[in-house]
Structure formats: structure tokens, C-alpha cells
Design a protein. Structure first.
Length: 201
């Protein structure tokens, strides 16, 4: 019997706007977009794995760009705020599932700043548990982050459905016996949940 539905953030609960945000931020610091990406990618990766703190994240970028912390923090917040749209269909689905008596949780790879902007807000406040890589110091597709999610939600592997947009994460969850759905679009997720016996009427 399914008790818990787990959602990924990026690519499921939030969708990229595909706007030229990175170019705008790079322009703000008077550097090329490619240089901004090369600077931030490895640092954000460390942050998302909990290898460095939020303060260390900002200080690492500051050291390279020689900019003040406030300007960097504002730029990163601007980036995360403007780069994504909430997927209202999936958000409403998660609320509906909770009203039906299911536990709804988030399992996502995010750094500290992204978590603050994208997860720690009223839109995501209804989720029973949030397992975020920067805090867990584990990241998908590592099996341990799924095991942590099962433990935190007091759920057995055969009682959970996991929704993610990356096949590698889906396969990792399935190896633990977690029923998993590869996200393509909202309608497909609803249909797949119904096929797994999840009542949505």
C-alpha cells in the first residue's frame, strides 16, 4: 500500500524559464557568461552536496570575482528567483495527494542558497518532509539519500512512489524497491499515478 509520494524539485515542482538570466548576472559582474558558469558551477556543486556552507559558498565566489558578499548574494537570489517557474500542476497535485491522506515529501539536490529561495517558502510549506542534499550531505542518485527519505517519512520502500526528471535518479530509487516515475509532463504523471492505484478523484 502506497503511503508516501516523493517529488523532485528542479524539473518537476519547478521548471526552468530558459531565460537569459546567466548572461544578465555575468554582465552585472562585467565578465563573460562562460566565465560565470565556470566559476559558479563547481562551487554550487560543492554547496549542493553540503561540502561547504552557505557562507563558504559566497566567500568562494567572492574570492574569485573580488566582489562584496551582499552583491553576490543578491545576484544569486535574483538568479534562482527569475530562473524558475513553479509547476502549479504538480504543486496542486501534491496538495491534493496530502488531502487524500498521503504523505508528500521532497527529495532534491540543491545548494543552501537555492534551498532558501526555492524550498523555504509558503508554496512548499505543506510538504511533510524535505530531504535536501546540502543538509543531508548526500545527493541523488546515491542510495543513502533515498534511505534517509524513507526513514524520515517512516515509509517502507514498497510504500513510496518517487517522481523525478532524471533517469539515473529513477533507476537508483528502483534498486531500493521504490516505485518510480520519470517525469515528462503533468498529465503523464497523473495517468501514471492512477495506473499505480493512486486515487485522485
Amino acid at each position: 500500500m502506497i503511503k508516501t509520494i516523493a517529488f523532485d524539485m528542479e524539473g518537476v515542482l519547478i521548471l526552468s524559464k530558459k531565460r537569459r538570466i546567466q548572461e544578465k548576472i555575468a554582465k552585472k559582474f562585467n565578465i563573460k557568461k562562460e566565465n560565470w558558469i565556470e566559476i559558479i558551477r563547481p562551487i554550487i556543486k560543492l554547496s549542493s552536496k553540503g561540502k561547504i556552507t552557505k557562507k563558504e559558498t559566497l566567500n568562494s565566489i567572492k574570492k574569485i570575482l573580488e566582489e562584496n558578499i551582499k552583491k553576490l548574494k543578491d545576484a544569486l537570489e535574483d538568479f534562482y528567483t527569475k530562473s524558475y517557474n513553479i509547476n502549479r500542476g504538480m504543486l496542486n497535485l501534491s496538495k491534493k495527494l496530502k488531502k487524500k491522506g498521503y504523505k508528500v515529501i521532497i527529495i532534491s539536490n540543491l545548494g543552501y542558497i537555492a534551498k532558501e529561495i526555492l524550498v523555504d517558502n509558503k508554496n512548499m510549506s505543506h510538504f511533510n518532509k524535505k530531504v535536501i542534499s546540502c543538509e543531508a550531505k548526500l545527493s541523488k542518485p546515491e542510495k543513502e539519500i533515498f534511505q534517509m527519505a524513507l526513514k524520515k517519512s517512516n515509509t517502507k520502500s514498497n510504500e513510496m512512489i518517487f517522481i523525478d526528471n532524471l533517469e539515473s535518479n529513477i533507476k537508483a530509487a528502483e534498486k531500493l524497491g521504490i516505485k518510480s516515475i520519470l517525469f515528462k509532463n503533468n498529465r503523464q504523471i497523473i495517468n501514471d499515478l492512477k495506473n499505480l492505484g493512486i486515487g485522485l478523484k
